[in-house]
Design a protein around this ligand. Structure first.
Ligand code: UD1
Length: 474
């Protein structure tokens, strides 16, 4: 087993990086041909620190474009491929993004003058498109390429555009080029979202914060990350009522100012580690975590037979040891929904867990239409899963057995990749998870944290794996 190096304090960049520098340097840069090699069947134990929220950090980084006066100091921005790409998107239009110390990222968009960010960077992450709203509100024009991100469905941007149109914007080609009212900024307006899209809500809120007049958004997404963005904008001088609810009333301000802000803990990372404890029938603690943000996950794991205990204001203990569960976990059903429903970003991890539970279960994915790529990979590890449309039927296992066996699998997307690692931790034998760049997009030092908990997991290049595991190459 490889040994864990002590965790460094949460940090975005290791040293000062100038505005003109492209991708920041890092001592152990993950690359596309890295794999995780997991020796499964070991329990884990101890404490895992939870990083700042990826999705909140990405929205807040876009939101810094609203602050035309003075720098923003952000704490808790996780050091991830996606956040580094977002920093590069901002740099591509003249923002200064640099790490002040190990935990503070300073972003100054005062000198931004360009309204067409780097298309190649935008094309790598969904959140790249979030810059559209603040740019058009601030400069009266924005030309933003279609975004990238996980391939988990069509992921159109029609609701983003319709929201901006309600604020007076004119979309030139319904895709990328948006002008403000009369070629200037935006004006207050009302908009009802047909679906509570996270990104469309965030785009509307940022744009309306700088529009001339009052705007009202109904059926807004209520995800904690949306509320976090709202709190950030308020800290910068925005006037927004209803943060965290489905109706937001925003009185536009001519100018927003720099401020200090701390990103909330990542509920999806927390939920992933909760699932890790359950699938390995272990007991771990985690913090910081905001318990209501993982309430659905807590309920489902409790239904399975785990014991979840709040051991501090922002700390949980998750126990799935045989003394607590009686030896087996029981199957449960899930339907993914917008918050406060069960998070789609935890669907894959729970599917991995359910393959080890006693009894059959059903997962209905209702948020994205194509988020089952992990199914075929889990089946390679022996899982019994059938998919009909967007519903997965999971066979589960028999009392006293964990049915998974090691094998070679490939991460097709971020959360599906994490699910495969969890499955590998429960499986007998060795599991290789390829295309780890997907996991690096959204989990800060994932394998380092797993090592700290006692998991046997190593990051290896393809060549190194070939040398160490010839059996798997046969
Ligand atoms: C965000 C999160 C993602 C999470 C998702 C749902 C970020 C960077 N990503 O993604 O991790 O899984 O919320 O919690 O924050 N839709 C449209 N038209 C639009 C916009 C969305 O039809 O204009 C549809 C999407 O195709 C999808 C559904 O709405 O089926 C939900 O998408 P949305 O809430 O917008 O998710 P994202 O913001 O992309």
């Amino acid at each position: 087993m490889a040994t864990a190096s002590p965790l460094l304090p949460l940090t975005f960049l290791p040293s000062k990086i100038s505005a003109s520098t492209s991708t920041p340097q890092r001592t152990s840069l993950p690359s596309i041909d890295h794999k995780l090699v997991i020796s499964g069947g070991r329990p884990i134990s101890g404490h895992v620190p939870i990083s700042g929220s990826k999705n909140s950090a990405l929205a807040v980084l876009a939101g810094t474009l609203c602050c035309s006066s003075g720098p923003v100091a952000l704490r808790g921005v996780p050091n991830l491929l996606d956040t580094r790409t977002m920093a590069d998107v901002l740099r591509s239009i003249g923002a200064r993004v640099e790490a002040e110390d190990r935990d503070v990222l300073v972003v100054d968009t005062s000198d931004v003058g360009v309204t067409e960010p780097c298309s190649e960077k935008i094309g790598r992450i969904r959140a790249g498109f979030f810059v559209l709203g603040p740019l058009v509100a601030r400069f009266g024009k924005a030309e933003v390429a279609m975004p990238g991100g996980c391939r988990i469905g069509l992921r159109p941007v029609d609701l983003y555009i319709k929201g901006l149109e309600a604020l007076g914007a004119v979309a030139e080609d319904e895709k990328v080029c948006v002008y403000g009212a009369n070629g200037k900024g935006l004006v207050g307006g009302s908009f009802h979202l047909d679906y509570p899209s996270v990104g469309a809500t965030e785009t509307f809120v940022m744009a309306a914060s700088m529009a001339d007049g009052v705007s009202v958004l109904t059926n807004a997404a209520m995800e904690p990350e949306v509320a976090d963005l709202t709190k950030f904008l308020i800290a910068c001088g925005a006037c927004i009522e209803g943060a965290g609810t489905s109706t937001l009333v925003i009185t536009g301000r001519k100018k927003l100012y720099g401020a200090e802000f701390t990103i909330l803990p990542d509920r999806i990372e927390a939920g992933t580690f909760m699932a890790a404890a359950a699938i390995t029938r272990s007991c771990i603690s985690l913090s910081p975590v905001i318990p209501p943000h993982v309430a659905r996950m807590t309920e489902k794991l409790t239904e399975a037979g785990c014991k979840i205990t709040q051991i501090g204001p922002s700390a949980l203990e998750v126990s799935a040891v045989p003394e607590v569960t009686g030896g087996d976990l029981q199957a449960f059903n899930i339907k993914t929904l917008p918050y406060p429903g069960f998070a789609t970003d935890l669907q894959a991890q729970c599917m991995a867990l359910l393959t080890t539970c006693v009894g059959s279960s059903i997962i209905e994915e209702s948020v994205f239409e194509n988020r089952m790529h992990h199914v075929e990979e889990l089946k390679k590890l022996g899982a019994d899963i059938k998919v009909v449309g967007n519903t997965a039927f999971i066979g589960g296992t028999k009392p006293g057995r964990i049915a998974l066996t090691g094998g070679r699998v490939r991460a097709a997307d971020l959360r599906g990749g994490a699910a495969l690692v969890l499955a590998g931790m429960a499986a007998s034998g060795i599991t290789e998870v390829e295309n780890i760049a997907q996991i690096d997009r959204g989990y800060e030092r994932f394998e380092e944290k797993l090592l700290l908990l006692g998991a046997d997991v190593k990051r290896e290049t393809e060549a190194a794996v070939s040398n160490l595991h010839p059996v798997l190459l046969a």
